[in-house]
Design a protein around this ligand. Sequence first.
Ligand SMILES: C=C(O[C@@H]1C=C(C(=O)O)C=C[C@H]1O)C(=O)O
Length: 274
Amino acid sequence: MVNFPPSKSPVSTQAPSAADLAPRHRLVAVSYLNTKPLLYGLLRSEVQAELYMDLAIPSECARRLVAGEADIALVPVAVIPELPNARVISDYCIGSDGAVATVCVYGDVPLHEMTAIYLDHHSRTSVMLTRLLLEEYWQHDVTFLEAEDGYIERIGGTVGGLVIGDRTIGLDQRFRYVYDLGAAWKDHTGLPFVFAAWVTVKPLEEDFLRRFNAALEEGMAHLPELQLLLSSPHPDFSLVEYFTHHIDYNLDAPKRVAMERFLAYVRGGNSVVR
Ligand SMILES: C=C(O[C@@H]1C=C(C(=O)O)C=C[C@H]1O)C(=O)O
């Protein structure tokens, strides 16, 4: 989107500025609404000149970081164990403390009557969280189904489905049963949760990291402005409510504890379906 590396250098008659000459890092962030406050901060900041920015669904953000196609990514935390030199570089994340609203299992029947559950192919973290909660919290056995585009239409009968991100908006009116995974995790552990965090595998300068973090902080400080710029995707969906009560952006100590607890499960080798 914004300024990913061009295949050829654009022709320019002007002398390059200092910002043009700064080394650039390839950044990929989640393309959902919940990331807009963080992006807004980066776009308002001079740090933007040091980045090639692109957006992708979470599983693709993870793939690019693992494949070495991105230097900095907002990645589903479940991918961290696959990255030997992973470093979480910011105090901001996509998290929740209780109900998150946009990560849910939907179905026509109660969870304990579900025989199979589709696992959203956009997700890496919530796929593992669904498995963990079914095993430890709901203690219910189901067959996991691999999802592909259009799978939401196939949720029905005793087949449920995990759906994440903007595609969940309005689904609570379509399905009788909705299980919010942020709320279930909180009930299960008493902890908040981290869905995605900013991760790099490259050694980046401390000065850059400080400015990067400050830019994200700036985005959070300008939430009221951003709420004026964005339109709500659904009449019953409150952006203010979502940004301030459901998504919890601070990667604080309790969230770091929660992340370790969750990653211990992921490292346990339960990862089959992605
Ligand atoms: C809360 C959310 O968290 C998302 C869930 C992710 C996952 O399950 O892998 C990854 C990135 C987050 O953006 C959401 O997008 O609704």
